[in-house]
Design a binder for this molecule. Structure first.
Ligand SMILES: C[S@@+](CC[C@H](N)C(=O)[O-])C[C@H]1O[C@@H](n2cnc3c(N)ncnc32)[C@H](O)[C@@H]1O
Length: 287
């Protein structure tokens, strides 16, 4: 059986430039507005397709180097294409941020937008690493998402996935167990995103081990769509095949369709697909 277009999209995380307009892209200027003075080296962690790096280079001629660390080779390739006009002002490296390796640069700004939840529960390692690598006086600008969660730790995208699984025949009450199935296997359990994101209080405790919180800003990320298909593509480009492995391969194309339908239904009921608090933390390493 051949994979559907949306399954291929999920596997390669493609279509993000378009999909991220719905939610993540709004972090970019919000974060870059917090950069002060004339930075020389900026490091973006989980740099995706290079959108933040490009804006930073355009905004700050002082930047001699904009560095991206990213796990997905497809995303690095897309970023390299996008950033080609900036020549040797750009360096992109494939990296797993849960096991960060030493880096030769001492950035005066480190950014990380819409990424930290993917590093749960190992965020400590990258936080300590950022503290060690920032240049004196430098800042770490971090955005974190905080969907409400239920007693099973599910919320945000998990809720839409739950609706999709129910539409495909699952009992609503059994969905937390479907997420947890396979716990202990390398590719087994799907940790709910609302658990990965932690609460603001929990995260504040973690950050304060390594950083002094200089300021915080809060906004609500509200997602609206034009049709169900738009959300299927947003889900595939953002979450890849993270959730689709909850269903057998033969049901996956249908799964992406069902997530889009669930989003469209929700917008009909509530006026939006999702409405989620986002926090921007401006951090300085502890002395
Ligand atoms: C939601 S996207 C955000 C991309 C970009 N920062 C933005 O704001 O649009 C999350 C990114 O984190 C990357 N990522 C997830 N886990 C990672 C890890 N362990 N190491 C490096 N990158 C990771 C993904 O490949 C993806 O590009």
């Amino acid at each position: 059986m051949t994979a559907s277009a949306v399954e291929i999209q999920a596997r390669t995380l493609s279509g993000y430039a378009d999909a991220s307009r719905l939610r993540q892209v709004h972090d970019r200027d919000w974060v870059l507005d917090q950069v002060q003075g004339d930075p020389e080296v900026l490091l973006d962690l989980g740099s995706g397709i290079g959108q933040l790096l490009r804006s930073a280079l355009d905004r700050h001629p002082s930047l001699r180097l904009a560095v991206g660390l990213e796990r997905s080779e497809h995303r690095i390739a897309e970023a390299a294409e996008r950033l080609r006009p900036y020549g040797d002002r750009v360096a992109l490296h494939q990296a797993d941020l849960t096991v960060p390796a030493p880096l030769e640069y001492r950035p005066d700004v480190v950014t990380m937008t819409s990424v930290l939840h993917w590093l749960y529960p190992d965020e400590d390692r990258i936080l300590a690493w950022v503290g060690d690598h920032l240049a004196p006086g430098g800042h770490f600008l971090l955005t974190t998402y905080h969907p409400a969660r239920d007693e099973h730790g599910l919320g945000g995208e998990d809720d839409l996935v739950r609706d999709a699984l129910v539409a495909l025949g699952a009992e609503r009450e059994s969905v937390p167990a479907v997420f947890a199935a396979g716990e202990g296997d390398a590719d087994g359990a799907v940790l709910p995103i609302a658990t990965r994101t932690r609460t603001v209080e929990d995260l504040a405790g973690l950050l304060e081990r390594y950083f002094r919180v200089e300021s915080v800003l809060d906004r609500d990320a509200v997602v609206h769509i034009e049709d169900a298909g738009q959300y299927s593509h947003f889900h595939a480009a953002t979450f890849g095949d993270y959730y689709s492995r909850l269903v057998p391969p033969a049901q996956r194309a249908e799964f992406f369709r069902a997530v889009g339908d669930a989003a469209w239904r929700r917008q009909g009921e509530r006026g939006w697909v999702s409405n989620m608090p986002v926090r921007l933390w401006k951090l300085q390493p502890r002395d």
